[in-house]
Design a protein around this ligand. Sequence first.
Ligand code: GLN
Length: 312
Amino acid sequence: MNRMIQSIIEEARAVSQEGHLASYIPALANQPKDQFAAYIIDEQGEVLKFGDYNFLFTLQSISKVMSFMVAAEYLGLHKVLEKVDVEPTGDPFNSIVRLEVAERGKPFNPMINAGAITVASLLPGNSVDMRVQSVTDFLSQITGRKHFINQEVYQSEFETAYRNRAIANYLKANNYLNGTVEEAVETYLQLCAIEFSTEDLAKFGLFLASDGRKASNNKPLISRKTAHVSKALMMTCGLYNASGKYAATVGFPMKSGVSGGVLCTIQNGQIERLKGRMGIGVFSPMIDDVGNSVAGMHFLQSLSEHYQLSVF
Ligand SMILES: NC(=O)CC[C@H](N)C(=O)O
């Protein structure tokens, strides 16, 4: 247990009570409020781990960057970018407003719900199950284990997904969805309910830091270009309408989800005995009004400051 990082965690845990659970998805209101876990891995396979790093939570919006990679590899990046842009919005993740005012209703980026629902409809396969499996299979290649859908969280969100259905209907009306509205919504919501641990997130972060190569055999699973675009999207749009603030205060690509997880990728740095490319996974379920983990972001800010991890 590293003393420096432990004290950063204690400080972060103390502020977590300022947040709240994402109870707009009823099942997420049952998450363990006090939980804090973090896992850091470097390219040599050295790790630092804190708390219950094997605890499983649902990816929620973190899945958006993963499904984007699968769609980009399957269809070609340029084809996906015909359907979704790479511009930050500064709006909440579930905002509808720009779908009507922006030209032709094209979603601004794949990290907001409109973009992610579009991407979900472009995944390989001709059924919801096949599309979801294309993403879970991809994830398994990186984490080395099987990933399942949390059915309770999925059902709970499915029954209350009024806004996401509204967004999907707008997208369909403007010809951005492949297949039916319901298929796109179901696929998107199942992807959000994939279970992951902080250890899995850290491995995924390292995979991105390695430009899409597997740590075990250095084999590329996605193109460098897709990896670069994904990291740029995380940096500019990964933390919803707080992305600019955290680019300034943390300064490396991150993607958060409303269940309280944060995926981080570090191109080059040193954290105690870990060095070079790194991946970090953090989980703490109390979130702020924007949708980011309060303790998780506090932890990452202090870690970045102390170990000078910002790319800027
Ligand atoms: N920001 C998030 O993590 C949101 C994901 C969630 N499934 C939703 O669509 O509302």
